[in-house]
Design a protein around this ligand. Structure first.
Ligand code: GAL
Length: 389
């Protein structure tokens, strides 16, 4: 993972990761998460010192406590969630080294099947885990599990797949939380990346950008909002028209390849832009584009989300127009730090947000992150409102 981080950092420097506005300090959502992160780290250190002095440990491990954490990931074969999972595991290890506690983290593969995942969640409850981290298969199906967890007195940190109703659901106040990113922001960045190309995506100069859209799974907030906001954003600069209908590749590279190959056969040179809800599917699109003898950034544009290391590399080689970093480092770190807070018996907020970051080969552009960034929550909401009908 160090290699990965180093690669991303190198890419930031070499290709001008468009992270203007400084990011961390100026966003209400992010600074919330950062603050918690900072607080947590301090508190973790303080608490462990106190515990060492006053309390006998449950199960001594270098003077600390042992906590049992159950994590279920919606699908191990998902490449972004693999980065996330590995980082989460590694970071719990680091937190334990720092605070003297032992975080026994059990990971399970939900195999993209809610029944399988329900069994895992029920097992975690039966095993009396101290905390559960859930990356739900079906984001609409969280109610029963959350009730059961509350009954068993087990706090829950939800990650990555945002339950639509968390704001209206009867959640256990202070003990249920979601850590993630605002999917609208990633869609806006995708639209901006295309709007920022020399011809705004209009390769043939007819005043209309013809595009195809490759989507994630049905009912997924990321899939819906990236689809909507990428196009809405590009529409602010130029007219757009979809070729055929948006198609579901369910985050999968092979499906992204098939969808793009079919579209290129059917529509040929008409395809000017390929929008993909994630990099996995966009990598498939890249293969199809190469297979059809088309050249990215010359006669077609391609944009994804996640900033997988291989995609950041492809951007450097000019095989990809751009992507948007789905910051699994900060998201997984916040999830772990919030978990530690909960394990310490503290209450937490219902949501913790991080930022996406635009990744292109270009230098800083006018349509940059600082346009999205805001000094206050009011400004941030006003910016969002521009995109709401
Ligand atoms: C998104 C990510 C996708 C996929 C999806 C799973 O945030 O961009 O690559 O991992 O989550 O729900």
């Amino acid at each position: 993972m160090k290699k990965l981080l180093a690669l991303l950092i190198a890419m930031v420097m070499v290709f001008g990761l468009v992270a203007c506005g400084g990011g961390k300090e100026d966003t209400s959502k992010e600074s919330e998460a950062e603050e918690v992160a900072d607080d947590t780290t301090e508190e973790v250190a303080d608490d462990s010192a106190e515990e060492d002095a006053d309390e006998p440990a449950d199960e001594p491990a270098e003077g600390g406590k042992t906590y049992k954490i159950g994590v279920t990931i919606y699908q191990y074969s998902d490449n972004f969630m693999t980065l996330y999972r590995n980082e989460l595991e590694k970071y719990f290890g680091e937190l334990g080294e720092a605070d003297g506690n032992t975080y026994e983290v059990e990971f399970q593969d939900g195999k993209n099947d809610q029944n399988t995942q329900n069994d895992q969640l029920n097992n975690f409850i039966a095993q009396k885990k101290d905390l559960i981290i859930a990356n739900l298969v079906e984001t609409t199906g969280a109610d029963q599990f959350l009730k059961d967890a509350q009954e068993a007195n087990i706090p829950v940190v939800l990650i990555n797949r945002e339950p639509k109703e968390i704001s209206t659901m009867e959640i256990w106040p202070g003990k249920t939380t979601y850590v993630g990113v605002d999917a609208r922001q990633s869609g806006i960045y995708q639209g901006e990346i295309i709007a920022d190309t020399p011809n705004k995506g209009d390769i043939n100069g007819d005043g209309v950008v013809n595009y195809i859209m490759i989507m994630g799974d049905a009912g997924n907030v990321d899939a819906e909002q990236r689809t909507e906001f990428s196009v809405k954003t590009l529409e602010k600069s130029i007219k757009t028209e979809i070729l055929g209908e948006a198609q579901r590749g369910n985050w999968d590279q092979t499906k992204g390849q098939e969808i793009t190959a079919n579209a290129l056969t059917q529509y040929g040179d008409q395809v000017e832009v390929v929008f993909s809800n994630n990099d996995g599917m966009a990598m498939g699109a890249m293969q199809a584009i190469e297979g059809a003898g088309r050249v990215v950034n010359e006669d077609i544009y391609l944009v994804g989300v996640d900033a997988l290391p291989e995609v950041v590399e492809a951007i450097g080689e000019g095989k990809f127009t751009g992507t948007v970093l789905n910051d699994h480092f900060n998201q997984s770190h916040t999830a772990a730090e919030i978990a530690v807070k909960l394990l310490n018996g503290e209450d937490v907020e219902p949501y913790y947000w991080h930022d996406y970051v635009k990744v292109t080969k270009a230098e800083d552009s006018e349509l940059s992150r600082k346009d999205w960034r805001a000094e206050s929550i009011e400004e941030y909401q006003a910016r969002l409102a521009e995109y709401e009908d």
